[in-house]
Design a protein around this ligand. Structure first.
Ligand SMILES: CC(C)(COP(=O)(O)OP(=O)(O)OC[C@H]1O[C@@H](n2cnc3c(N)ncnc32)[C@H](O)[C@@H]1O)[C@@H](O)C(=O)NCCC(=O)NCCS
Ligand SMILES: Nc1ncnc2c1ncn2[C@@H]1O[C@H](COP(=O)(O)OP(=O)(O)OP(=O)(O)O)[C@@H](O)[C@H]1O
Length: 235
């Protein structure tokens, strides 16, 4: 099995690239969706966050007021670390669970879209790592436009993440999304060629078929062993 890591910075274009993967029938695990689920009213992540941040972060219906929690964590590094510490194990487990389900369905190539792939040290589980890079001015403008936020709020969110230039040095493949969507689609085509290369032996070994073959060969080996010992004892 090949787990392709898709990462980038806030509003760098990960969802846009993830939609291109989906359009080519790749299964995509979206860490933001997993994190949303973890934070739903009544779930363990929700309980932990409420006990760490208090009832003030809740809406009248009991759900987390996401923009309010966002305001708190993006302007205060200590609170952000606290939220990350509280939620990280549940998000990690949620991603692994989603990958496992897709593995059981027999998918050989799975894309995981994780904005904080490097920050959360999940990069060691994915290969290759595709980074959606964008220059800082374009990133700021796109974030302000998409979320209708002030420059200060947008910059706080950008500053809360590892810089895209540093991420660039750690990634295997880089998509420069500073240009048009047409440019992006062209780069995506070259990425697709690399991502869909035949599986290495190790990747095959971890695929559902690889594991099934391994188990089958053990069963056959054991049967042959017993058959040959029965044969020699009957002589
Ligand atoms: C703070 C929350 C409630 C704000 O919710 P909101 O709906 O406004 O934003 P959304 O979830 O769509 O996130 C948008 C983007 O913010 C960035 N982001 C989210 N959390 C963090 C964080 N802890 N540190 C840095 N950047 C973050 C990511 O790039 C993400 O794609 C939410 O982002 C959250 O629960 N964050 C903690 C969980 C987390 O770490 N998520 C990232 C998954 S790896
Ligand atoms: N090449 C492009 N040209 C113009 N606009 C773009 C381009 N790529 C993405 N966008 C726009 O920029 C915004 C951010 O893109 P997108 O939502 O894909 O980023 P993201 O990395 O998934 O963000 P987040 O981290 O918040 O989930 C969106 O409004 C999207 O439509």
């Amino acid at each position: 099995m090949r787990i392709v890591g898709l990462t980038g910075g806030i509003a760098s274009g990960k969802s846009t690239v993830s939609n291109l993967f989906k359009a080519h029938d790749f299964p995509v695990v979206d860490a933001d969706l997993v994190a949303r689920d973890v934070l739903k009213k009544g779930n363990t992540g929700w309980k932990k966050v409420v006990s760490a941040f208090g009832d003030d972060i809740l809406q009248p219906d009991g759900e987390v007021d996401r923009p309010k929690l966002g305001q708190i964590i993006f302007s205060n590094p200590e609170k952000r670390k606290l939220l990350n510490r509280v939620l990280a194990p549940y998000i990690w487990f949620g991603i692994v669970w989603e990958v496992l389900k897709l593995w059981m369905e027999g998918f050989k190539i799975i894309v995981v879209d994780v904005p904080l792939l490097f920050e959360a040290k999940m990069d060691k589980w994915t290969k290759p790592i595709v980074l959606v890079w964008v220059d800082s001015e374009t990133q700021l403008q796109r974030l302000m436009l998409r979320d209708s936020t002030s420059e200060d709020d947008a910059q706080n969110k950008i500053n809360a993440q590892m810089s895209l230039d540093l991420k660039k040095t750690k990634a295997d493949l880089v998509i420069d999304n500073t240009g048009s969507l047409k440019d992006l689609r062209e780069q995506f085509r070259s990425i697709l060629v690399i991502v869909t290369k035949p599986l290495t032996w190790t990747e095959f070994g971890f695929s559902r078929r690889g594991v099934a073959l391994f188990l089958l060969s053990i069963v056959v080996g054991v049967l042959m062993y017993f058959q040959s010992s029965l044969y020699t004892s009957s002589l």
